[in-house]
Design a protein around this ligand. Structure first.
Ligand code: AMP
Ligand code: MG
Length: 317
């Protein structure tokens, strides 16, 4: 079921913002690479990003905003985080900070974590788009999963034509490298090397930045982001609910406590996944029960949903 991918010229920023507003998928240039954007407050739109990229797992996405003031509406900035933002934004630095309560971000953006990665890009076209849209745009690189990050509009179309709603022309990307990602709270730790060097960061901070090779730092963002895992025991592919279980259904399941998507829609299920795991965990804890989840088909977004559920069923601390 292919879509018509609209090619938008640089000046067509309002049309591009409109695509985001109606929950569509829009590729746009930043100074690092082309991003595949969706309204970060719209869970179904964010699910569409994973579907278009064919990502087999939900890892948290970076949200893009026009300035620090806008960023502070979605994240909580420590003095160090603010120092970095003031020195390097707009630019190729993403800051992972605690998510602001009630900010309205889809839990699929943060993969259910209580932190969020935020960036203010320097590219003129990206800034114009973000200002016109007026909200947070979740955007990983605009390429099929496992592919090379696109630095030209033609690369985006090579990989995603017919799978996304539009692409906003923005020339070739200057940096061509992904953003540097740091965890910024009481201390600063490097999660991914990128466009801004650790030496640059340390010069501004006047203190050391923990490197991934330090024993106290998680080896990769993926590890640090040991994505939201319920406390309760989880049984997957459950065809029935046992007496001591909270059932998360999928499709037309009778007697489910929660349902990822009664219509059996995988994008809706993806959008609900982390919230419902959390809710089910709360219920299970209150009532001394465990969690069961109905089978979710292994097609399209079902791969990433099952990846998350399989981990939840395996993760025991
Ligand atoms: P991409 O959007 O493909 O450039 O990748 C985003 C990167 O940011 C991934 O490696 C994520 O693991 C990392 N990331 C995003 N949000 C968080 C977060 N809340 N905590 C840790 N890492 C994050
Ligand atoms: Mg990528």
């Amino acid at each position: 079921m292919d879509k018509q991918t609209e090619r938008l010229e640089r000046h067509q920023v309002d049309q591009a913002a409109e695509i985001l507003r109606r929950g569509g998928l829009l590729a746009f240039a930043t100074e690092t690479v082309y991003g595949l954007g969706a309204d970060a407050c719209n869970g179904t739109a964010v699910a569409g990003v994973y579907a278009a990229k064919g990502r087999p797992a939900f890892n948290p996405l970076i949200i893009h905003l026009p300035d620090l003031a806008a960023a502070e509406r979605f994240g909580v900035f420590s003095p160090l985080a603010r120092k970095l933002a003031e020195a390097f934004w707009p630019g190729p630095l993403s800051l992972v900070v605690p998510v602001r309560e009630g900010a309205g971000l889809s839990s699929l953006v943060t993969a259910g974590l209580d932190t969020v990665a935020i960036r203010v890009p320097a590219h003129d076209g990206a800034r114009a788009l973000l200002s016109a849209f007026g909200g947070p745009v979740a955007a990983p690189s605009a390429n099929p999963s496992g592919g090379i990050s696109p630095t030209r509009m033609s690369h985006v179309l090579d990989g995603l034509d017919g799978k996304i709603d539009g692409v906003l022309e923005g020339g070739d990307c200057d940096v061509g490298l992904e953003s540097t990602i740091v965890l910024a709270g009481e201390d600063v730790a490097l999660l991914r090397a990128g466009g801004v060097t650790v030496e640059d960061l340390e010069a501004v901070l006047g203190q050391a930045v923990a490197r991934p090779e330090d024993p106290d730092t998680p080896k990769s963002p993926g590890q640090l982001a040991s994505h939201y895992a319920p406390d309760a025991k989880v049984r997957i592919n459950a065809r029935e609910r046992r007496a001591d279980e909270v059932l998360i259904g999928f499709g037309a399941v009778a007697g489910a406590d929660l349902n990822l998507s009664e219509a059996g829609d995988l994008a809706e299920a993806a959008a609900n996944l982390f919230d419902m795991l959390r809710q089910a965990d709360g219920l299970a804890r209150q009532q001394g029960r465990s969690i069961a989840v109905s089978p979710v088909p292994m097609t399209g977004l079902g791969l990433a949903i099952n990846d998350r559920l399989t981990r939840a069923a395996a993760e025991r601390r």
